[in-house]
Structure formats: C-alpha cells, structure tokens
Design a protein around this ligand. Structure first.
Ligand SMILES: C[S@@+](CC[C@H](N)C(=O)[O-])C[C@H]1O[C@@H](n2cnc3c(N)ncnc32)[C@H](O)[C@@H]1O
Length: 365
C-alpha cells in the first residue's frame, strides 16, 4: 500500500497566519448555496463570541466549518447526505492525510484480477455522460470503494464529485440533458471545453485541490452524517444554514439535485435506490421538512429548541419562508439577545434574484 502522505503545516504555524489565510486553500466548488465566498465574513462575526466547540449542522461544501477549523475551533461538520459526509471527512475531520500522485493517476484504470460492474453504463446511457465517460465512472467508483484508508478514500470521492459536477450543464443532475453538451449548436451559456475535458484530467485537478486544502486542526474536528436534529452531543455554538425555501414556497432539494453523487458513494446499493419511473433515474424521493414550505417553520422551531443551550448563528436570505422577522422572533423566544447582521451584497451562482439580501442572525443568552 502507498504510505500515507502527510500535510506539512503544523497546528502552531497555522495559528500564526492571519485569518483568512488558509481559507484561500479551500477548493472552489459548484454547489448550490455554498457559503465559500461569505465564510470569512461569517466567521469574522462569530469569532468574538466565546466558544470552543461548534457544530456546522448543514455543512454542505464545508466552507464555513473549514474557516472555523482554521481559527482553531473544535468543529463538528454534519450533513444528512452521504456524499457530503465524505467531503466533511476529507477537509474537516482529516488533519494530515493526502492522496499520493500515483493513486490519483490510477483511479480510473482497470486493475488486474478485479471484476468491474457496468451499472452506470447500463443505467445512465445517454442521460448525463457519454458511454465512454460512464465506463470510466464505473471503474473509478469501484476503485475508490476499495481504497483502504478512509481519509484517502474521502479525498478521492471529493475529486470524483467535483469532476462529475464540472462536466454537467448547470452543475446538477436534475434532468436528462446530455444533449445540451453534445449537440453541435451555437451556445450562449455553459463551458463546452470544461464539459468535454476528460474525467481523469478533472480528477487530477480536483483531487489535487483537496490535497492542498488539508489542514491540521489538532485532532479536534470530526464529520457526522445525520439529520441535523439527530446530531448528538452539546456545542458552545451551532451554525445553521438550512436548504432555502423562497417566498413562493419553492425549496432547494439537495437529494434530488445531487442524487447521482449520492448514488456513487452508495454504489453497491444504487440499483435498489433508483426510482425507475423517471427517465433521468434519480434516487427515490426523500422530501424532508427543510424544503417544504408548509413544514419548515416547525422544523426551525424544533432545531432551535434542540440546541437552545448553544449560541445559535443562522445564515439566511431575505425573500425566504419563513421570513427573517419570523426567524428572529422564534429565536427571541429562547434567547435573550438576537442580532440580524446584513452581509455584503453577494449574488448566488444560478440565482436571478438580485434583490435577495444575505443575513446572519446571531442569538445569544
Ligand atoms: C444551504 S446548504 C449548506 C451550505 C453550506 N453552508 C456551504 O457553505 O456549502 C444546506 C445543506 O443542508 C443539507 N441538509 C438537508 N437536509 C438536512 C438535514 N435534515 N440535516 C442535515 N443536513 C441537511 C443539504 O445536504 C445541504 O448540503
């Protein structure tokens, strides 16, 4: 087995660098609602509060958890999706392990004596990727599942997820739209060169960027994979960034948008999880309360109540359901002081709503 490759930076040298120094190493991702561009500002607002342990309850890309790790906090990254959990392992729980160059280069190469399934090639023909790309994915997914070291495996998953997103129109899996990529037509959007770049080239780049982002948190951070309400333990501070439901009641369904990544990480079970009624072969729907306009108020109330002993910090946007005022009022019922801080103007990728304002609610005793 290839020896583990250690990160070079130490806990102390990291601390001496002015924040946000290491955050700049955090890989840019193509994920709905990522707070990468706001993470430094969010953490700047939080760092004056007294806390050591912190839960990022809806971790996503891990950008905020990573910024908190950089300033020396004991971070628990949580996300309900298994593929995101791998990202939390790679960048938050992992303090030192990297994927070696030869492991990166061989990820999509068939190994002697291994029999590979062709599930992706059979199931997703003509839907998201070309046949040749599907064959590469079948091999890479099997090879990654066989990586013995959990942190190395998580870095490899990170590389594979980002590669798959980069090659997708809209960076999503919500439609069968390979035709948009391959049709020979003039285009006013998208990046044909990125879509057509081979998987192994994307993978080399993204696995390399995850390697470069491994920082030493002194063994204090971890990644969990639970419904936010089910995370055990107590935390000085809980950072909350739920899926967003707009004022028309339409929510972001992460399970639906990113089902293919969830399938990759659950490859052995994937055939049993698919909903065959849809042409684009998503996983069977798992609509939670967080993207349902009728149930998200109660979900917020339950979450605030579950973590009522912690300082609560909520990232939110105007024009949402519930409204900012409703959230502030819910927080005011369990906390003595609630502040609503306006964040600098920032436009989300794919968002057409230029009036939407990003805020951070901080509730303390
Ligand atoms: C707005 S995103 C978080 C973005 C994150 N702060 C970042 O910077 O990338 C919301 C996340 O909540 C996760 N999620 C959805 N339902 C959840 C639940 N019940 N418990 C925990 N996480 C959940 C989604 O998978 C998604 O990654």
């Amino acid at each position: 087995m290839t020896p583990r490759t250690m990160a070079t930076s130490t806990d102390t040298t990291q601390r001496r660098l002015a924040f946000p120094f290491l955050l700049q190493l955090f890989p840019s991702t193509r994920y709905q609602g990522s707070k990468r561009k706001l993470a430094a500002e969010i953490v700047d607002h939080l760092r004056d509060l007294h806390f050591t342990t912190v839960l990022d309850a809806f971790g996503g890309t891990g950008a905020v958890a990573y910024a908190l790790k950089e300033i020396g906090k004991h971070v628990t990254y949580n996300d309900v999706l298994n593929f995101n959990h791998q990202i939390g392992l790679a960048l938050i729980e992992n303090d030192e392990i990297k994927l070696a160059d030869e492991e990166i280069e061989s990820v999509g190469v068939r190994r002697r004596g291994v029999s590979y399934d062709d599930f992706i090639e059979r199931t997703f023909a003509g839907i998201y990727f070309t046949d040749e790309e599907n064959r590469w994915l079948d091999v890479a997914a099997a090879n990654i599942h066989h990586v013995a070291d959990g942190f190395k495996r998580s870095i490899a998953w990170f590389g594979l997820f980002q590669s798959a997103l980069a090659k997708r129109p809209y960076n999503l899996f919500h439609r069968s739209n390979l035709y948009m990529r391959v049709a020979d037509v003039p285009r006013s959007f998208g990046n044909k060169a990125t879509w057509e770049r081979p998987f192994h080239e994307h993978f080399r780049r993204f696995a390399g960027s995850a390697n470069a982002a491994v920082i030493d948190g002194g063994g204090h951070s971890r990644a969990t994979c639970n419904d936010a309400l089910e995370v055990s333990g107590s935390f000085d501070l809980v950072y909350i960034d739920t899926p967003y439901v707009n004022c028309a009641g339409v929510g972001v369904d992460y399970h639906y948008f990113y089902h293919f990544l969830e399938g990759l990480v659950r490859y052995p079970d994937w055939p049993d999880l698919i909903d065959p009624h849809f042409k684009h072969r998503p996983l069977r729907r798992a609509v939670g309360r967080w993207n349902d306009a009728k149930r998200c108020h109660a979900a917020f109330r339950d979450l605030f109540d579950r973590f009522r002993d912690s300082t609560l910090a909520v990232s939110y946007r105007s024009e949402g359901t519930p409204t900012i005022d409703e959230l502030a009022s819910m927080l005011g019922q369990i906390k003595r002081r609630v502040r609503v801080l306006l964040m600098r103007p920032y436009q989300y990728a794919l968002s057409t709503n230029r009036a939407s304002q990003e805020v951070l609610l901080i509730a303390t005793d």
